[in-house]
Design a protein around this ligand. Structure first.
Ligand SMILES: Nc1ncnc2c1ncn2[C@@H]1O[C@H](COP(=O)(O)OP(=O)(O)O)[C@@H](O)[C@H]1O
Ligand SMILES: [Mg+2]
Length: 610
């Protein structure tokens, strides 16, 4: 646990630049804060004790941490400001001035300390998020299952938040609060050690009771959040499935479900409110009880003449202050567990390493001379069910090879083995006879473009999205690529042309427009190898023509694997493979397969009817 905490703290580099000033500021804050309370004694003395003895002092007295020492310093300041002649009002004025000055210093250092911690917090979190994002981006594609996505999101957003308060608060607990406690205790002991001893026995009792109340609040708070989450999901389901709810006359059922969750939540809230509202009265009551006991004990010391009245009042003031840092001390040590747990979740991302790794002596991929070959390839996502079952395919340089077949057959999976998004379970993926694992992944992907059914666009300008294909391209090259992709004219019609922002995930564009932008991106990249995965399946006939035309231009002169939904895309393929349940069911040209009268012929037949 401590190791995780230190590692989290380590994100604030260099740590010394924050910790050292924080330490100094926190100490100074405690010193001046304590003096602030100590000022009560001379003020009360000056007001109520007519026999206050003033002696002029011209040189700064030796510092001693007790009432006399303190008085000597005040006499020195008075002499320095007003001279030898003593006057009660002047003395009070001076005390007021000193108090204000002390308080000013105390709060200045408090601010400086707080800002140091804030800087530490903000800087280290920035680093943490950057590092997490980089790790995530570097992971192999297989790492990102649907369930993982939510997990990663919550780690980068929520867990980082939890960690940040854990870091800041524990630093306060570790440095600032102990200084304050020491300061107040010093003052109390300086006033009366007997009374301090008596008080110190009380403190832990009060602290433990308050701490346990606060702790018991936390558990229902968490359950309350969970119940609220359940209610929100019922609400969400109901709203998005309103037709089903109505159609099945399920309003009653769903209302009952909501009602029961709601009443459970309310009961939880009530029990939480009870404890919450009890916390302050309880702790105040306990505090006052402690003070009352001390009043009786201290009062008897005053009556006996063992303690000055003014000192006693200052003692009570300091004692009432000491419970605050003590309370946060107890609170924060309960919090640290939560922060460390979140920190551990963060480190699962930071320590994750891609399963698809480059070899140490991996070589640059310079393109293909002869062919790409899949040899007896097997693949499974989960290690048990084979999605690709012994497939062998050859794609010669410059050829277009088409994969067709029912959905779920494994076509997309097969195409993703070529850029090595996944490693095969058995068999080989070869480029000119060299295994794909021998190449650097980056060099491999530099020579490939993938245009998929779901076009992925980012919240950026149109030009920014196309430039992703080749970031160093000029504007003219972007325009040229867009023209080839039949995208130029609609881009020019957009409000700001190439600088138009396309909105979150390209929501402001139609499916065909999105697809043509992603084709322009591929054209700009000018890849040697091209993978088209159902690039036209989501389109209406009108935009399909434009996209199809763009794709034909894109395919020219490249080595391509085309997965086609519309069979019109694949008439011209050099070879067609029919993939069925992870195996090759048929292969040949369009005419050969049609003549054969098998699955392919059946697919063609179905399509001409639709
Ligand atoms: N990321 C994934 N994790 C686990 N299983 C997957 C994943 N992607 C696809 N599959 C499964 O692999 C099989 C083949 O899918 P896919 O390659 O997408 O087929 P096709 O592209 O021919 O429709 C399907 O049964 C599908 O459910
Ligand atoms: Mg697919």
């Amino acid at each position: 646990m401590f190791k995780t905490y230190l590692r989290l703290l380590g994100f604030a580099r260099p740590l010394g630049r924050y910790i050292v000033p924080y330490f100094i500021f926190a100490a100074l804050h405690a010193v001046f804060n304590t003096f602030n309370y100590a000022m009560i004694i001379p003020i009360l003395n000056a007001m109520f004790e007519s026999d206050f003895v003033f002696t002029p002092i011209y040189t700064f007295p030796e510092i001693s941490l007790n009432a006399e020492g303190f008085n000597l310093v005040l006499c020195y300041i008075y002499t320095w400001v007003f001279g030898e002649e003593f006057d009660h009002v002047r003395f009070l004025m001076m005390l007021g001035g000193v108090t204000v000055a002390m308080n000013f210093l105390s709060n200045t250092f408090r601010y400086a300390a707080a800002m140091t911690v804030e800087k530490l917090r903000i800087n280290s979190l920035q680093r943490m998020r950057d590092e997490m994002f980089k790790r995530v981006v570097d992971m192999n594609v297989g790492y990102f299952s649907e369930q993982r996505k939510g997990d990663i999101m919550s780690k980068i957003t929520q867990d980082v938040m939890v960690v940040q308060y854990c870091i800041t608060n524990t630093l306060q607990v570790a440095f600032r609060d102990p200084f304050l406690i020491i300061g107040y205790l010093t003052l109390m002991i300086g006033i009366s050690w007997q009374l301090s001893l008596f008080a110190v026995i009380f403190l832990p009792i009060v602290g433990v009771v308050i701490g346990s109340i606060v702790k018991r609040l936390r558990h229902p708070a968490k359950r309350g959040q969970e119940r609220m989450g359940d209610m929100v999901s019922v609400l969400d389901e109901t709203l998005s499935g309103m037709k089903i709810v109505k159609g099945y006359n399920a309003s009653g059922f769903i209302t009952e479900k909501f009602k029961s969750l709601n009443s459970h939540f309310s009961r939880l809230m009530l029990s939480m409110a009870r404890r919450q509202q009890l916390a302050s009265p309880m702790s105040e009551f306990l505090g006052i009880t402690a003070v009352a006991v001390i009043l009786v004990f201290g009062g008897s010391l005053v009556v006996d003449g063992a303690l000055q009245g003014a000192g006693f009042i200052a003692f009570i003031a300091a004692f009432s202050q000491i419970t605050r840092p003590l309370r946060s001390f107890i609170d924060q040590f309960a919090n640290i567990n939560q922060g460390v747990a979140a920190g551990e979740r963060i480190f699962t991302i930071i320590d994750a390493r891609s399963e698809v790794k480059d070899k140490a002596d991996a070589r640059e991929f310079e393109g293909i001379k002869h062919n790409i070959e899949l040899k007896n390839v097997h693949f499974s996502y989960d290690g048990s069910r084979e999605v690709i079952n012994d497939i062998s395919i050859e794609i010669r340089k410059g050829e277009t090879v088409a994969l067709v077949g029912a959905s779920g057959g494994g076509k997309s999976t097969l195409s993703e083995l070529i850029p090595r998004f996944y490693d095969v379970t058995a068999g080989e993926v070869l480029f000119d006879g060299v295994d794909v694992k021998e190449y650097k992944q980056e060099s491999l992907r530099r020579k490939m473009s993938i245009v998929a059914q779901e076009t992925v666009l980012f919240n950026d300008t149109i030009e920014g999205n196309i430039l992703m294909g080749r970031p160093d391209a000029t504007h003219e090259e972007v325009v040229a690529a867009s023209k080839i992709a039949n995208a130029h004219s609609f881009i020019m019609e957009s409000p700001e042309g190439y600088d138009t922002n396309i909105g979150d995930r390209g929501t402001k564009l139609s499916g065909g427009q999105r697809q043509r932008i992603s084709i322009a991106r591929a054209v700009l990249k000018n890849p040697e190898i091209l993978i088209l995965d159902e690039a036209t399946s989501a389109l209406d006939t009108e935009s399909e023509k434009l996209v199809q035309d763009a794709l034909t231009k894109l395919l020219k002169g490249r080595t391509s694997i085309v997965i086609a939904h519309r069979l019109s895309t694949i008439y011209n393929a050099d070879r067609i493979y029919v993939i069925d349940q992870g195996r090759i069911a048929e292969q040949g040209t369009h005419h050969e397969l049609l003549a054969k009268g098998g699955i392919y012929a059946h697919l063609i037949e179905m399509q001409s009817f639709s």
